[in-house]
Design a protein around this ligand. Structure first.
Ligand code: C5P
Length: 282
């Protein structure tokens, strides 16, 4: 059996630069990954099956065609083989929450099944397959901090992220990404201004303070409870800055240490909310 962690994707900043004729938006986003995620296991089988477990598994139980299965079929089609595998997805991240759960799961499926089936598909072809599954899947497939442009397909390296603590707070509401993009109004933003290096978490926080998430206001207008999550993070000792990730509703808080992030998570814990504290993915 092979296992692949599908870590939470965190948009530390997200600027919307424009809109394509097909309705997709051009983005400029600084993306990091947290040391928490869903776990995908794959093993050989004579059929293609998916079993979903974990605290958020039930929410996906009635989905007819999970993105993980679509990833499996697409990959097999690309390789010219029949998709045979038993997949188990341990769903630990909340659904429709702005931290890329479904995209990270699909990316993990591409990685794990390419190993199980011993495929040698060129990275550019894997990236194309990923983009066909969703705009956030390429960055999740790459699985390391990145600057994400285009609609999600233009990926470049960023300066090494400093050691820092991260707290994630989801106030228990699902958010529809298309709905948030539709609610966005006003001018488009300028690209992000990123330095050559971040010596420490405070320097990263300073960069982030000069940027934003252009989807935060529209998401707040649809789900005001996001403001409660942001306020809870900002009131936590040691919180350097807090912001929403992706199209929400999960918000992140940046801290100098994992200990502070853990402390914040412990004090914010609220029934019905999903709250996590720790650091960036290794
Ligand atoms: O590609 P994905 O299925 O994740 O996107 C979900 C929706 O989010 C799209 O249908 C589109 O409405 C919106 N979106 C967008 N611009 C992007 C990514 C997503 O408008 N760059």
């Amino acid at each position: 059996m092979l296992q692949d962690l599908a870590p939470a994707k965190v948009n530390l900043a997200l600027h919307v630069l424009g809109r394509r004729a097909d309705g997709y938006h051009l983005l400029d986003s600084l993306v990091a990954f947290a040391a928490v995620g869903d776990m995908l296991s794959v093993e050989a089988s004579d059929r293609l099956t998916l079993r979903i477990t974990g605290p958020f598994g039930a929410a996906l139980a009635n989905e007819p065609d999970n993105l993980v299965l679509r990833a499996a079929r697409k990959l097999a089609q690309e390789a010219g083989i029949v998709p045979l595998a038993r997949l188990t997805l341990d769903k630990r991240l909340p659904i429709a929450s702005g931290i890329g759960g479904g995209s990270a799961d699909a990316a993990a499926a591409l990685r794990a099944l390419a190993r199980l089936w011993q495929l040698d598909i060129p990275p550019a072809d894997m990236a194309r397959l990923a983009l066909g599954l969703g705009a956030d899947v390429p960055v999740c497939l790459r699985n390391r901090p990145a600057r994400m442009g285009g609609v999600g397909e233009v990926l470049s390296d960023v300066p090494a992220l400093p050691h820092c603590g991260l707290a994630l707070v989801n106030p228990g509401v699902a958010v529809s990404t298309p709905e948030v993009f539709r609610a966005r109004a006003g001018e488009f933003s300028a690209p992000l201004a990123l330095p050559d290096a971040w010596p420490d978490a405070a320097a990263l926080a300073e960069t982030l303070a000069g940027a934003g998430n252009d989807l935060e206001l529209p998401a707040l207008s649809l789900r005001p409870v996001i403001g409660t999550a942001l306020a809870a993070l900002r009131a936590s000792p040691g919180c350097l800055m807090a912001r929403m990730s992706g199209s929400g509703a999960t918000c992140y808080g940046l801290f100098a240490s994992e200990t502070e992030a853990l402390g914040a998570a412990a004090s914010i814990a609220t029934p019905g909310w999903w709250v996590w504290g720790g650091g960036l993915s290794a």
